[in-house]
Design a protein around this ligand. Sequence first.
Ligand SMILES: [Zn+2]
Length: 97
Amino acid sequence: MGDHAMEEPEMDATLRVDGNAVAGLLDQLFRFEITSAMATCDGCGRETAVGALDVYDLDMGAVLRCPACDRVMMRATQIRAVWRVEMRGVRLLRAGA
Ligand SMILES: [Zn+2]
């Protein structure tokens, strides 16, 4: 489990809308409990609960690393009221039951 790549269906340009059209979906999506979400490392493929990642707590934010291979999975910073989250090291984030 957890190592399944998300399959991209063929895209039909006539079906294209913008992100506002899926506001309800995105609103539900980003309401999950982040620490219990499962993150798959893009380096080694291991799936780990976000709450169990190794964290390096820095002044302006945090760096979260894979406990298996030490790859950086997430970086989060807050500068004044602006949050920035970079998740290049997460192949897949799985949340919910
Ligand atoms: Zn890893």
